[in-house]
Each structure stands twice: as C-alpha cells, then as structure tokens.
Design a protein around this ligand. Structure first.
Ligand code: NAI
Length: 978
C-alpha cells in the first residue's frame, strides 16, 4: 500500500487497466444496459432538482457561481445590512432574467424568480432608492425574503431532514419506496472538543432513532474528523486512541440495535489512521456476528485497491462503500503546496473511473466484503451489473438529490438494492455541504454534469474510460504538473517532506532532535578588516558573468536541499522552530536562491534602449560594491540567505550579519555558499549583536544595506547613514514589523476564520512579521467567533518544538519572554482566553486580549498575543482607515464572501500583502512577493520581480554611432516594400 501512495500514475494505472478493460462482448452488453439507464436518467431529469439546477446554472457561468456563493453564505448572515450587501454583490452582475421560467423544474423556476425579483429590486435601489421606499411601505425586506426563500428551498430539497426523526419519516414516503438510507450528520469537521462531543451525541441519537425500526434497513455514516478536533498524523496517538474508543462505542450500540454503520473516507493523509481505528474496532469480540460494520474507499486514491484487499482480510464481513472521492481539488492543491514527490490520487477523471472498475471487480470477487457501489455514472453501474450477472448480493448507493432515475427501475423491477446517502441537519450547515457536493458533481468532467450537457451524445457519455486511459498511457493530466515543476521552465520548486507520512515523520523527528555539530566559541569579529577584504574581492566578483553568479545560487539551492535535515535540526534547536516551520524555512531559502538566480538571468542583462537613429543606448545593472545584510532570528536561514544571495547575484560582495540568537544556521549556510562556488571574500559572515551591526553600517565603504528586523533598529540605521557628511548616499532596504489586522464580516465562514486566526496568530509562537496581531470582528458575529476560537485554542499544544505534536513552541529568548509576559500581565483584565503552557522555559501562553478601541494598540507585540476588537456593520471603510492610521503597512487579512468588500479593502488598505479568505502567513517566493510600507518597510518586495534591481547601480552608456563619419545604418537602408 505504501509503495503506491505517490507512485507515478502510469505505473499504478497499468495494473488497474488490466482489470478494467472489457472484452468486446462484455462492452457490448454494458452499452446496451447503459443505454437503458441513460434513458431512465434523462426521463427522471424533470424531477431531479440537482440536474435541473446544473442545466440552468452551469458552474462555468457567472450566475452559477454567484448562486452557489450566495447559497453558501446567505443563511448564516445575522444582520440585515450585511445580508443586503451580500445579495447586491452576488445578484448584481448576473443575468437572472434570462433564466426565469426556462427550467422544467418548478423549484428551479421559483428560485430563479426569487432571484429575479431580488435582482430587480437591488438594481432599482441602486439607482433611486426604490428598495428603501418599498421596504418602508411594505414594512418588510422584500429582497431578503425572496432570496432567503430561494435559498431555503434549495436546502429543503437537498437535505433529507433537519433532524434524524424528520429524515427517517421522509424515507418512509412513497417517493423513497424500495430504497434504504444511510444517514449522515451534516457539518464541517470538528474544530473544538465541545463540537466533537456534539457530533458524538448526534450520532448516538441517530443510532437510537434508526434503531427503532431496524427492519427498514437504514444505516448511518460516521465521519471520524467530526469526532475529534485534532485527527491529524502529528497527533496520531491521542486522536487515534480517542477515536477508536468512540467508534467502538458507536459500533457497539449500532450492533445492539441491529443497524449498520459505515465509516466515511476522508483526506489521503488520514487513511492510515483510519485503518488503525477501523481495524481495531473490526476486531472487537463484542462485534462478532454483527454484519453491519463498514467503511468507504475512494477510487481516486492510488491506494484504493490495497485498501480493499486489506478490508477483505479483516477476518469478518465488512461493508465496503466504493466512492469516487470527495477531496480531489484540495488534495491536488495541498500536494503542490507541500512540494511532494507526486499526487496520492489520479489526476484524470477517466483514471478514477478505471480505478473504480478495477476496485469493483475486486469487491465482487472478495469473500468477506459486502459491496456497496456509490455512483451516479450509468456506464459504471452498467458495467457492474454486467459483471455481477444474476447476483443481487451487493448494493448501489446514490446521494440524496442526485442520480434520480438511475436506480428506480433496478430497485423496483429487478430486485437490486440501492441506498440513499442522506444528509441530515440544519439548513445552515447544509449549504456549505451542498456547495461542495455540487462542485464535486458539477465539475466539468463529472457524469451528472455531462448528462446535463445537451451537446454530448450518448456515445460520448458512454465512452470507455479504459480506452481513454490506455490511449494516453495512463499519464498525468497535462495541466497538473508535478509539484516540482510548478514554476515551469523558470525554476525548480523546492521539495518538501511528507510530514503526514508516519515513517518519514519519525525519521525527521530523529534528525531534528539534536544539533548536528558541537558549537565552538564565538570570536569578536574585526569589522574593518572584513569590509576591506570584501572590497578587495568586489572587482573580480562584479566581473563574473551574471550567468555564473546565478549558477552559484542554483548550486547553493541544491546543497541546501541535500543538507535539509541538518539545517532543519539547527532551526529547531537554535531558533526553536517547530518541525513544519523548520521545513518551511529551508524550502523558502531554496526558493529564494533559485528565484533570484532566474531573475538575475532574465533581469540583469544589459538592455539596449530605443532612440533616434545614429546612437546606441545601453542600460547596464551592475554591482555597487560591498553590501551589508542584517538579519533577524525569526527567519534565520531564509531571510538571512535571501537578502544575501540577492546582493551577491546582483554583483555585490557581502558582509552578512545574522542575529546574535542564530549564528549557527547562518554559519552553516555560508559554508554551503562557499562550497557552491561563491568566493570566500565575496561573502563574509560577521556574527554578533547590535554593536557589530552598528559598526558594519557605520563603515563608509559599505555601499548598501539590506536589513530585516524591528522598525526601531531600521530607523537607527537610517539615521546613522547620515552621520558622516563625506559618506555617499547609500540605499537602505528595510523590512520591518507591523500591527497586522484581520477584518472579518458576518458573511465569513466561522470555522474557516477560526482556523486561519489560529494559524496566523499562534503558529511560530506569533514570531512572524506577518503574524496576525489584531482581529477585527463585525459586532454581530464577535461572540460566536470568539467562543469558537477559544474552543480551538483549547486543543493547541504548547511545548517542545522538536516534538511533532507541538503547535506552539517557546519564544526566542529570556528577554523576549519577559517583555511579552509583562505586557500580557498588564492586560490581564482584558483577557478573553488563554491556554496552559509549560512553566519551565520561555513559553508564552497563547492569549487573546480584548481592546475597547484600536487606539489602545500602538506597537508590535512579537509573540502569541492576539488582540481583538469589533466593528459595526457598514463601517468597513472606516475600519480599514483606522488600521491604516497606525502607520504600519505589512499584512492585512479579510474574511468575507462579499467580493465588493475585498475590492474596498484592496483599494483602501495601505499594506504590502493582503490576504483574502485565507491565513496571513507563509508567503511563497515568486508567488507572493513579500514586504510592507510605511513603518513596515521600504520595499522592494523580497521574492518579487523588482527586488534585485535595488541592489544594483544602473548605468547607461549612450554612444553616437555616427561620430566616426556618416550614419551607416541610415545610409545602407534598402528601399524596402517597393
Ligand atoms: P532587531 O531589529 O532587534 O534585530 C534585527 C537585526 O538587526 C539583528 O541582526 C540585530 O543584531 C541587528 N541590529 C540591532 N541593532 C542594530 C543596529 N543599531 N545597527 C545595526 N544592526 C542592528 O529585530 P529582531 O528582534 O531580531 O527581529 C524581530 C523583528 O523583525 C520584528 O519586529 C519583526 O516584525 C521584524 N521582521 C520583519 C520581517 C519583514 O520581512 N518585514 C521579517 C522578519 C522579521
């Protein structure tokens, strides 16, 4: 199973193709069956709301997208002001009238009419205030009502019931006759322990309710991530043991009631944990003889087949539900972000279809598996029917609201079994789920979507996936490059480590547990002598071709990757970085080297400029001389090296001063730079504290300074550069701190906000310049969000950074600790939440501090202390202005579903990096160039296309090419075109 996890796609598919390829007789039989099913499906479309919806609002139209995003957010917005803004935003640009009355579905039509009315009122109101008058006259907010009704209607169709009682009742109605259900308790994965408790209770109650009539054959589906807020590989021990216990309890009670229970499948990183849990529960003596235990397997996974084999070996009967897989897009993205070797799943839809068939074949042949085939694809269903022959000893499954018509005849006339996967829950939770499902099934390549496409013929719909895959040799989708090739020909992406892979994680943990060397004694550096050496080395280095200098950086990147383990160990031991942070540190350093090498090659070459005839104008970008690079401890490798290699590749020699807290990692990096071919005197390391920094800066031979650190130090440096009247004017690139705010309005998804807040404020113990310092919540949602945040903080682990379980390590040293703890103490009366932290060592407990007003915060607190304040609906612009008024301008976050809110913040905020609907940390070189303005820095942005030029002297030579007599170019012109 391990070997397949990230194996090359063609290899994995070669084995699957053998079993998924049909001989021509079988294929002919399949096509006949599939044709019949297609006809049924089409006929049923008039009732199938989802199909109607997909037909009317294609996801690739602006209306489809607007409707989905409106649906996702509308029902959770508590205040009318924001609700109106959301409606205006989503309905404003789309042409709803074009859809009115066109669909065959009454429901789609009434939803559309709601939207048309809403749209009309919105646009009128924009022009003339008609909306206001209407509302005043009727005493009711028409638009909100119309849209609210439309959204609720969508919910009612898709959810089986708001409660399990409602859902079981609905299953008994004639429309569901002959079908059984598997009830699923709606909601996101649990973010807090109380959330998880609630889900557990909901499952228990569902079992009791369904168990009242075991004869009906209904079952329940359990999502493990709903039962534990830290169901993560790094938290394996505590989450797996807790989950095993909970699943045991649920399984035993289901067994006692005589109903079945299936464990849902989730993200690929959770697969092995889930097998541990499922394996333990399957072996329980108390469950012997109970045939109701089951699990889901996702066919898009490269490991799907071995998982089925594993299930077959559990020594008991297992119900296996084969699905295509629900997290495809997020898995692809995560793999790319993490820079992993290959994807855990197939990149083409047809490949998943092939895998599905191969898995289905295995399942039909397995002794201890009761198969459940969950699919809306007529071809897949027809193939299984063909293979199964006369057998009825398996079941099909479909989602409630989808694939209607496909199974009706099979169930009612031919004795097959079909189960409906039926979501149960409040409409608020439903919509997020609905959007995911619609996106999953509405993806261009999905069967349900294709079915709704009038332009596709039956033959195209039923094309053989095995044939398609064989034709392309099972290769990866050409638009989905391997993570390493993400940046194309420009440069190779840095490689990551799969920290979700337990054996790899274990290896890393061993590596980082100690320093890879014994520290020597520091000697006081001779600044003057160093500058002299660097100056002497300058002419030769400046004369080295750009290409060669860039090649040094690329070799350095390779060396950094080769010694990643050692560097991560120093980052953990010396800079107190957690394991993921240490990995991120090395990757960023690697990316800086390759990125600046690429930018130097394409940006530092001489440029011939246009002008009048008879002259030649050439712009050259050359080194200026000796640069000083001064770095902070919080990115002791990435920032230290980033500034340094930029100066070097631009043709300067460099005196590099790391922070006094982190000399070792800098020393290691400089050693590698020399190994990569950078001459010893072109890069001189001068470790030391502020005095050494000040002495370097004060040396008049230093021709430029790149500094990253506090605003106060940047100002000191700027001032000192003016001390010496005789000194040339030298450039200072300063990257400093910020009072970084995140603004959240009531359309935001609270679960996502909380996750991003925890990441932005507390990861790296808040010691990132980009970290969130003040959370600005719209009043209406403040209490609920803080409650959820406080719950999420309860599951944070503060401790040893070398322990993979740790979320928050210590702060860098005693003085930082004292400063932060003293401040925290003075704010005691304003604490909203704090958590436990070890008392030995410099652990600052993550703490949320309430402010009455933003004016109470005027400096950067560089640690895990998060301030929170509120703002009033409708005052987004004023709120941004208040943040701007602080004078800093590094990062800002916004969580809102209103596109216009993002436009407003983008237009008004004065920050270097704005993050919308995501966390505020982790800028990626070349994708998110980083750096601020105002008190936060001078620019240009690190990791951006304009950085290198700042390190150069720009020189232009203009030559009169006619001075030697006559304009040869003009005189030799042909009479072209005649
Ligand atoms: P710091 O300003 O105390 O030290 C930074 C570096 O400057 C150290 O190497 C230090 O030895 C040196 N230094 C101190 N006084 C000096 C002087 N008078 N002349 C020359 N050099 C001097 O900052 P710290 O505490 O090391 O780093 C944390 C600060 O850095 C935070 O404010 C953070 O926001 C900022 N930072 C900004 C980043 C950005 O990209 N905008 C990235 C990382 C950190």
């Amino acid at each position: 199973m391990r070997a397949l996890h990230r194996a090359p796609e063609p290899e994995v598919l070669a084995a699957l193709l053998k079993d998924a390829t049909l001989d021509s007789a079988t294929r002919a039989g399949v096509l006949v069956r599939a044709g019949g099913l297609l006809a049924d499906l089409r006929a049923a479309q008039n009732d199938g709301w989802v199909n109607q919806f997909l037909q009317e609002y294609r996801l690739n139209t602006s209306e489809g997208v607007a409707l989905l995003s409106l649906a996702e957010a509308f029902l959770r917005v508590p205040d009318p002001e924001t609700a109106d803004a959301l409606i205006a935003d989503k309905l404003g640009d789309a042409d709803w009238r074009a859809h009115a009355g066109k669909s065959n579905s009454k429901l789609v039509n009434s939803a559309t009419w709601g939207l048309v009315v809403g749209r009309a009122l919105v646009s009128e109101s924009e022009k003339s205030g008609v909306l206001k008058r209407l509302i005043a006259r009727a005493g009711e907010p028409f638009v909100r009502q119309a849209v609210g009704a439309a959204m609720r209607m969508m919910g009612e169709i898709f959810v089986m019931g708001r409660t399990i009682e409602e859902a079981t009742k609905r299953m008994a109605k004639p429309e569901n006759k002959g079908f059984t259900a598997s009830f699923d308790m709606l909601g996101e994965a649990a973010r807090t322990f109380p959330d998880a408790d609630n889900y557990f209770t909901a499952y228990e109650q569902a079992i009791i309710a369904v168990g009242k009539d075991p004869g009906a054959g209904h079952s329940i589906s359990v999502k493990l991530s709903a039962l534990h807020p830290r169901y993560e590989v790094a938290q394996w021990e505590r989450s797996v043991s807790a989950l095993t216990e909970m699943l045991e309890a649920l399984a035993v009670s289901a067994a006692n009631k005589g109903i079945a229970l299936t464990v849902d499948a989730e993200e690929s990183e959770r697969l092995e944990m889930s097998l541990d849990i499922i394996g333990a529960v399957a072996a329980l003596p108390a469950l012997k003889g109970w045939d109701g235990f089951g699990m889901a397997v996702q066919a898009y996974s490269k490991r799907a087949r071995p998982v089925i084999a594993w299930a077959n070996e559990l020594g008991r009967l297992v119900n296996v539900r084969l699905v295509k897989g629900a997290y495809w897009d997020s898995e692809i993205k995560r793999t790319q972000e993490a820079g992993l070797s290959d994807y855990p799943l197939f990149t083409r839809k047809a490949a998943t279809d092939v895998s599905y068939l191969a898995c289905a074949k295995d399942m039909l042949a397995a002794k201890n598996i009761h198969p459940a085939f969950a699919s809306h694809n007529a071809l897949t269903v027809a193939t299984i029917l063909e293979w199964a022959g006369d057998s009825r000893d398996f079941e099909f499954q479909r989602l409630h609201g989808m694939g209607e018509g496909l199974y009706e005849r099979l169930v009612r006339e031919q004795g097959y079994h079909c189960r409906i996967y039926a979501p149960v829950g409040g409409h608020r939770d439903l919509l997020a789920y609905l959007v995911r499902r619609l996106l999953e099934n509405g993806a261009n390549s999905s069967f349900v979507h294709q079915l709704a496409d009038e332009h596709l013929s039956d033959a195209e719909l039923l094309a053989d996936p095995a044939e398609k895959i064989a034709k392309v040799g099972g290769t990866r989708h050409p638009s989905i490059p391997l993570p390493i090739d993400l940046f194309g020909a420009d440069r190779r992406n840095s490689t990551g480590i799969d920290l979700q892979d337990p054996p790899l994680l274990e290896e890393v943990v061993k590596t980082v547990s100690k320093l890879p060397f014994t520290p020597g004694k520091a000697v006081a550096p001779d600044v003057g002598a160093a500058v002299e050496r660097a100056q002497a080395a300058f002419p030769a280095w400046a004369a080295t071709p750009v290409d060669e200098r860039a090649a040094c950086l690329e070799r350095l990147a390779d060396l950094l990757e080769a010694q990643r383990g050692e560097l991560m160990a120093i980052a953990v031991q010396e800079a107190k970085k957690t394991i993921p942070d240490a990995l991120g540190e090395v990757r960023e350093a690697v990316d800086f080297c390759r990125y600046y090498a690429a930018r130097a090659r394409d940006g530092l070459m001489p440029i011939e400029l246009p002008g009048p005839t008879g002259e030649r104008n050439v712009l050259r970008m050359e080194g200026k001389g000796v640069w000083a690079t001064i770095a902070p401890w919080n990115f002791p490798l990435a920032i230290f090296l980033g500034q340094t290699v930029a100066a070097l590749v631009a043709g300067n020699t460099v005196i590099a001063k790391p922070a006094p807290q982190t000399p070792a990692i800098a020393g290691w990096a400089v050693g590698l730079a020399q190994e990569a071919g950078i001459p010893d005197d072109a890069l001189i390391l001068l470790p030391g504290g502020p005095e050494v920094g000040a002495a370097i800066v004060a040396d008049p031979r230093v021709a430029g300074i790149a500094f990253t650190g506090s605003t106060a130090t940047a100002k000191k440096i700027a001032r000192s550069l003016l001390d010496d009247d005789a000194r040339p004017l030298v450039p200072l690139i300063a990257e400093t701190g910020g009072i970084n705010a995140m603004i959240v309005d009531s359309t935001a998804l609270p679960e996502q906000v909380v996750q991003d807040v925890v990441t932005s404020a507390f990861r790296s113990a808040g010691q990132r310049c980009s970290a969130l310092r003040v959370l600005l919540l719209q009043e209406e949602i403040a209490e609920r969000t803080l409650e959820m945040l406080s719950g999420a903080m309860d599951s944070l682990i503060v401790g040893d950074p070398a322990d993979p379980r740790t979320d928050v390590g210590p702060v860098i040293d005693g003085s930082a600790f004292t400063r932060l703890m003293d401040y925290r103490q003075t704010m005691r009366a304003h604490w909203v939440k704090t958590v436990d932290a070890p008392t030995e060592g410099f652990f600052v407990p993550p703490t949320v501090i309430r402010l009455n007003d933003l004016s109470e915060l005027n400096q950067e607190w560089f640690g895990p202390l998060l301030h929170v304040a509120t703002w009033k609906a409708g005052e987004l612009e004023e709120t941004v202005a208040r943040v701007n008024a602080k004078g800093f301008g590094l990062t800002m976050g916004l969580h809102s579903r209103i596109a216009r809110a993002a436009e407003t913040v983008e237009a008004l905020s004065r920050v270097g990096n704005l993050y919308v609907n995501r966390s505020m940390i982790g800028a990626i070189v070349g994708s998110q160039p980083f750096g601020g303005e105002g008190l936060s820095g001078t620019g240009p942005k690190a990791g951006g296309p304009h950085y290198l030029h700042r390190f150069t002297a720009e020189r232009v030579t203009s030559t009169d090419t006619t001075s030697a007599g006559g304009n040869a170019t003009l005189l030799s012109l042909d009479d072209m075109g005649i």
